[in-house]
Ligand binder design. Structure first.
Ligand code: AMP
Ligand code: GLY
Length: 435
C-alpha cells in the first residue's frame, strides 16, 4: 500500500488526485490544504484542513499518515522548504527542494541559470533593488519593456509597456512601489510573439515531456485586462500548437533538459518534480518568459486528461531517478479548459457566494472553494474549471463552453478560449511576427 500525500486543494490538485485514484498500484490518498475541496475530500482516506505556511504541521500530517510519497501542487510550500523538511523525515517528494525551486521563486535566478545553459533564450534585462540606473535602462529599451516584481506574485507582479504601463514615469512609479516594500525587480525587453507552456516530468537527469499547451493569462476576452493565474488553456491532438514547428517544440524540450542539468550543477541538488517552461516564439526564435517548479494551473488539467501512463508509476520514477526507463504517453486528443472566476476577479473579486454545479462530473474541477454543510462557496480566486476532450479542438471547445456555462454563481469566464476564431488569430499573429 502506498500512502500518497497531496499538498494543495485547487483544480490542479483535483486533476492530480484523479490520476492517483486511476493508478493500478494500490494506494491511499490523503490531502492537506487550507480549504476543503469536496471533490478531493471524496477521493481521500483523510483530509487535513490547515494552512500550508506552517511547514512543521504539514510534516506532522505526513508522519501521522505514514506518507510514502508527497506530491506538491502549489509553489508556496516549495519556497518555504516543505520538500527539504519532508525528505528529512524520509518522505519522498514529487517537487523540488527550496534551493532548486528558486527557478520559479526568483525570476533573477531563473534568468541567471539560463545565461549559463541557454543564453539565447533570455531577453535583454537588468536586475534592480533600487531605482538607480533604472530610468536609463527603461529609456534604452524605448517602448518595449516589462517590469517584474522578483518574487512569487501569483502571475500578477508583471507590468507590460503598452498594456499596464504607458510611460517611463509610470514604470518608475511601479518600480518604486516594489522598492518601497523592500522588494527587487527586473526590467526586461518586451518580447513579441505567441506564448506556450511546455511541462516535463523530471527526475533530475531525464525529462519526459508533456503536450504543449497555450494558456491565457489576461482576465478578459481578446487578451485584455489584468494578468491572472490563467483563465483557460488548450492543447492539440498532435501535442503541438498550430503556430509552432517541430523544431520549435524540440528547442523548448531541449531547454527544459538543459535547465534541469544546470540546476544540479549550480545547487548540487536534482530537480525532481514537474518542470514548467513558459516560452514565447518570437522573430528571433524561442525565448523563455518564466520557469515554474510545479504543474501549471490550468495546464495540468489539459495534460493529465490525456495522460495514458500510470501516474503513480511516473511519480515513483521521478523520486527514484528511473524516469528514463518509463515510457510516458498521452492520447492523441485535443483539450480545452476554461475557468469560471468570481465577478471582479482578479482585482476585487466577489466572495462567499454559493456555487452550483454537478460535482460528480469528471470534467469539472473545483478550485478556490470551501465546502460548508454540503454546499460549496467561492473563496475569491479562480472558482472552477471545465475540460472538453475530443479529437477535434473545435468539439473540445464546445464541450468546455457548455460545461462551464452550466456552473451557477456570481461568475464569469472567457468564451473565446479554444475557439477557431481565436486560434486563427494566433496563427496570423505569428505569421505577422515572423514576417
Ligand atoms: P510571468 O509571471 O513572468 O509569467 O509573466 C506574466 C506574463 O507577462 C507572461 O505570461 C507574459 O504574457 C508577460 N511577460 C512576461 N515577461 C515578458 C517579456 N519579457 N516580454 C513580453 N511579455 C512578457
Ligand atoms: N498557468 C500558469 C501557471 O500555472 O503559472
Amino acid at each position: 500500500m502506498i500512502n500518497v500525500l497531496l499538498v494543495g486543494s485547487g483544480a490542479r490538485e483535483v486533476a492530480i488526485a484523479r490520476k492517483v485514484k486511476e493508478s493500478s498500484l494500490e494506494s491511499s490518498l490523503f490531502c492537506v490544504a487550507p480549504n476543503t475541496n469536496p471533490q478531493i475530500k471524496k477521493m481521500s482516506s483523510a483530509y487535513f484542513e490547515q494552512s500550508l505556511s506552517d511547514v512543521f504541521s504539514v510534516v506532522a500530517v505526513a508522519k501521522k499518515i505514514s506518507a510514502n510519497i508527497a506530491i506538491i501542487g502549489p509553489e508556496n510550500p516549495l519556497e518555504l522548504g516543505l520538500v527539504d523538511a519532508l525528505e528529512k523525515e524520509g518522505v519522498s517528494c514529487v517537487g523540488p527542494r527550496k534551493a532548486v525551486a528558486k527557478i520559479e521563486t526568483s525570476k533573477a535566478f531563473a534568468r541567471n541559470i539560463l545565461d549559463s545553459c541557454a543564453p539565447e533564450k533570455n531577453p535583454k534585462r537588468q536586475e534592480f533593488s533600487s531605482l538607480e540606473g533604472c530610468e536609463d535602462f527603461l529609456k534604452h529599451l524605448a517602448e518595449g519593456y516589462v517590469v517584474k516584481h522578483d518574487g512569487l506574485m501569483g502571475g500578477k507582479g508583471v507590468k507590460i509597456y503598452g498594456e499596464h504601463l504607458h510611460s517611463v514615469d509610470e514604470a518608475l512609479l511601479y518600480a518604486k512601489s516594489i522598492v518601497d516594500i523592500g522588494g527587487s525587480f527586473l526590467v526586461e525587453e518586451k518580447l513579441l510573439g505567441e506564448e506556450f507552456s511546455l511541462m516535463s516530468f523530471c527526475d533530475g537527469e531525464h525529462c519526459a515531456h508533456m503536450p504543449v499547451v497555450q494558456d491565457h493569462k489576461r482576465a478578459f476576452e481578446g487578451d485584455v485586462g489584468p494578468n491572472t493565474g490563467g483563465m483557460g488553456t488548450y492543447s492539440f491532438e498532435n501535442h503541438s500548437l498550430p503556430f509552432l514547428s517541430e523544431k520549435n517544440v524540440l528547442d523548448a524540450q531541449k531547454t527544459n533538459e538543459k535547465v534541469a542539468l544546470e540546476l544540479e550543477k549550480q545547487t548540487g541538488q536534482k530537480f525532481r518534480g514537474f518542470l514548467y517552461g513558459g516560452f514565447m516564439l518570437t522573430r528571433s526564435g524561442v525565448k523563455v518568459i518564466e520557469y515554474n517548479a510545479r504543474l501549471g494551473d490550468p495546464e495540468a488539467m489539459n495534460v493529465l486528461s490525456v495522460l495514458e501512463t500510470d501516474f503513480i508509476k511516473i511519480c515513483q520514477s521521478i523520486v527514484g531517478g528511473t524516469l528514463s526507463g518509463v515510457e510516458v504517453s498521452f492520447s492523441k486528443k485535443a483539450t480545452v479548459c476554461k475557468y469560471v472566476v468570481p465577478e471582479g476577479y482578479p482585482e476585487n473579486p466577489s466572495k462567499n457566494f454559493e456555487v452550483f454545479c454537478d460535482q460528480k462530473n469528471k470534467n469539472l474541477y473545483l478550485a478556490a472553494v470551501q465546502e460548508k454543510d454540503g454546499a460549496i462557496f467561492a473563496t475569491g480566486s479562480r472558482t472552477a474549471a471545465f475540460v472538453g476532450i475530443n479529437k477535434e479542438v473545435g468539439v473540445a471547445e464546445s464541450l468546455a463552453e457548455l460545461g462551464v456555462s452550466e456552473i451557477g454563481g456570481d461568475l464569469f469566464h472567457r468564451k473565446d478560449i479554444g475557439t477557431s476564431a481565436l486560434i486563427k488569430d494566433r496563427i496570423n499573429h505569428m505569421k505577422e511576427i515572423l514576417g
